[in-house]
Design a protein around this ligand. Sequence first.
Ligand code: KG4
Ligand code: ZN
Length: 347
Amino acid sequence: MATVLAIETSCDETAVAIVNNRQVMSNIIASQIPVHSQYGGVVPEVASRQHLEIINGAIAQALEQAQLDWREIDGIAATCAPGLVGALLVGLTAAKTLAVVHNKPFLGVHHLEGHIYATYLSEPDLQPAFLSLLVSGGHTSLIYVKDCGEYQTLGETRDDAAGEAFDKVARLLQLGYPGGPVIDRLAKQGNSQAFSLPEGKVSLPHGGYHPYDASFSGLKTAVLRLVQQLEKQEQPVPVADVAASFQDTVARSLTKRAIACAIDHGLNTIAVGGGVAANSALREHLQAAGAQHNLRVLFPPLKLCTDNAAMIGCAAADHLNRGYTSPLTLGVQSRLGLTQVMELYKH
Ligand code: KG4
Ligand code: ZN
């Protein structure tokens, strides 16, 4: 029953949490969104500097909120891949230093494994196997979760991530950053059937379409063309209708792929994670389709869906309980496949 202090700094959230197995003791998240929104997106160098400024205070706060001191911590973990290298380095260096100073085991954690573990925090009785639908600003994947450290990616986006598509469409509609929440809000006042937009299918070499892979860049271009066409005809752009039609197309595309993937692989549970899990159309479509096919669809609370350190701590605790630790020579990596997770624990 390991108690782990975990740090997550892979992108624009400086997060520190303490987790006892599947129980959150504290969960500190300092978002940098206000800093980056003035640039219209995440600026890596700015993110690293912000992490540096915030991290020590966040660590102290996490211990205080959990009412624990270092003697009660069994291990110290940090996200080491994938993500922005400079940003990851801040959290990983902090974790290694604390591990040495307090003489505790150190663990590097794969960011996507963390997102998968977010569901265990809200569903402590959940056991693998299940299907994880990960939809964030950087990732869109369907992952077969076999066991701790054992994952198979069954489907993914061939171009933009789902959240990235929301952000890009919001930018072209001049709605600001991040785009997902604004589009979601605006779509409530719009008609999702107003415009028919292409779903974005991935062709297979010998005909037909890949059943689980998605593509969102064509959809984004279709929205751009639609807006340009309306402007050329000097017609006002019905922003709410465009937002609703776009959102509905993304939600239907993700739902169709996730349901087919779960059924084809005999999995009866779909666990959703990542910032796009907040999307109301995705929630509606997936819950309805899940009920129709007798599948359990789990959406953890939003605070655990978006980037946080509690999910990283939960993954680290599971590895630590199984006797795994990482060497202090472990570095950060901007890219790393989920199939390589166990390499983080090789000495
Ligand atoms: O998981 P996350 O916080 O960070 C990454 O690891 O990327 O996800 C952020 C992404 C952004 O692209 C944001 O626009 C999107 O999640 N997002 C949403 C919603 N809330 C956040 N997308 C659609 N609908 C939402 N309600
Ligand atoms: Zn993430």
